[in-house]
Ligand binder design. Structure first.
Ligand SMILES: *Cc1c(COP(=O)(O)O)cnc(C)c1O
Length: 348
């Protein structure tokens, strides 16, 4: 079978995932955004920041772990993570009484490492990139007989994240667009699969940071490519998509309508808007939808939902941003240029 032709999840798989995910994840509220303008389309916020473990990752992690046989569960699970997936895997594993090992690179912020530790996982700090953490997770899976729970490129993970779209369209069947933070693409692939199956004309917009946007670079190249991983305010969006990517690259190529890339300054502004206008605390990855709207990089043509994906931000960093202070520990001065808006991979 040629690479990339593995069957991907269908709407029925995502509907099935819903029952499993409900054991661990909330049905999160969809609330009006302060960015809704008089006479303009409704802008709505899907509050995945309220999930136990602080991010939507609990959906994919719980679906994937609950799909394992009793025997494989008993042997334990392993994953690599930029922080939130590891915390979700650790939380689910502990609840089910199974061992979990989480591999984290040195780029993962201390607060996120503590979150994973507090959720009860055995932590391995390894390497200086998500790709190195990934290699160690794969090695451990082979050497110790643990089951690998990938952070995005896995049908059960994608199906779990897709349950967000079922909730969105039940509440607002008239949605014109969903704006989704994009890294490895499990979140956007799941949402796009379910949303387009239910409402074919809906627009799915991915937002990443300019620094190390592996999926955007891969869509441009027409195949999975590597990019250098750099520190970013949107730390949860770091890491590659894997040169041997099996599902999310193809799904993003086929289903994502538009990818917007943001500068660090824009993400910073998005986080301030999150605080001062929405009065919410969320991590940089959650603020990319706000940043895209504020910067005019995405113009809503109808009711639009922004997925606020996680809240696991370092509170000292968030307080500094709210105060308008410069942030130095995320890779120096921000890139000089305004970002670019890419078409989907199809149009180059
Ligand atoms: C993982 C994560 C994302 C990106 O999800 P992908 O499936 O890798 O695209 C976005 N926001 C937060 C908070 C995350 O933890």
């Amino acid at each position: 079978m040629p690479a990339g032709s593995d069957p991907h999840p269908r709407l029925a798989d995502i509907e099935e995932a819903r029952a499993r995910v409900a054991r661990f994840a909330l049905r999160t509220p969809l609330v009006p955004s302060a960015l809704t303008r008089a006479g303009g389309p409704d802008i709505l916020l899907k509050l995945e920041i309220l999930q136990p473990t602080g991010s939507f990752k609990i959906r994919g992690a719980s679906n994937a772990i609950l799909a394992l046989s009793e025997e494989r569960r008993a042997r334990g699970v392993v994953c690599c993570s930029t922080g939130n997936h590891g915390r979700a895997v650790a939380h689910v594993a502990r609840s089910l009484g199974i061992p979990a090992v989480v591999c984290l690179s040195s780029l993962v912020p201390g607060g996120k490492v503590e979150g994973v530790r507090a959720a009860g996982a055995d932590i391995r700090r390894i390497g200086s990139s998500q790709d190195e953490a990934q290699a160690e997770a794969e090695r451990l899976a082979g050497a110790e007989g643990l089951t690998l729970i990938p952070p995005f490129d896995h049908p059960d993970v994608i199906a779990g994240q897709g349950t967000i779209a079922l909730e969105l369209l039940e509440e607002r069947p008239d949605l014109a667009a969903v704006v989704v933070p994009l890294s490895g693409g499990g979140l956007i692939a799941g949402i796009a699969l379910a949303a387009k199956a239910i409402r074919p004309g809906i627009r799915i917009v991915g937002v990443s940071m300019e620094r190390g946007a592996a999926m955007a670079a891969s869509l441009r190249a027409g195949r999975p490519v590597e990019v250098a991983e750099e520190a970013s305010l949107a730390d949860s969006l770091g890491g590659g998509i894997g040169l041997a990517n099996r599902w999310t690259f193809r799904l993003c190529r086929d289903l994502v309508d538009e990818v917007v890339l943001l500068t660090e300054d824009e993400i910073y502004a998005g986080m301030r808007t999150m605080f001062f206008e929405e009065r919410l605390i969320a991590e940089g990855a959650s603020a990319v939808g706000h940043a895209a709207l504020l910067g005019g990089r995405f113009r809503p043509a109808g009711p639009t939902a922004l997925v606020l994906s996680g809240r696991n931000v370092d509170m000292r960093q968030f307080a500094a941003i709210a105060a308008g202070d410069p942030i130095r520990n995320v890779g120096g001065p921000s890139p000089q240029t305004s970002g670019s808006t890419l078409g989907s991979g199809r149009n180059g």
